[in-house]
Design a protein around this ligand. Structure first.
Ligand SMILES: [Zn+2]
Length: 96
């Protein structure tokens, strides 16, 4: 027997919407978790803490692809800038 995840009443297995409270059993899962919108904040987090960004990217790759992409892009940008910085230092060091 199926039970509504919102109100706990028995549900018709063939019904997509609870007859008691009107909640769709399919939309509940996606709305209860945090919205997957990506955003500049996550990119900034990945940029400031590339290691955390990389971990979050791998964790959220399937669950929250947009946020994972944002945080992953931030981390990647940070790593590239750090590499350019060291490359620049290397060039400066060679010129002396
Ligand atoms: Zn219900």
């Amino acid at each position: 027997m199926n039970y509504c995840t919102n109100c706990g009443k028995e549900m018709d297995p063939a019904a997509d919407v609870c007859l008691n409270c009107g909640k769709s059993r399919f939309s509940l899962r996606s709305t209860s978790s945090q919205p997957d919108t990506g955003g500049f904040g996550w990119g900034l987090l990945g940029f400031c803490i590339p290691v955390a960004g990389l971990i979050l990217y791998l964790v959220w790759l399937n669950e929250r692809p947009m946020t994972a992409k944002a945080v992953g892009t931030g981390a990647l940008t940070s790593v590239i800038l750090i590499m350019l910085f060291y490359f620049f230092l290397f060039i400066v060091a060679l010129s002396f």
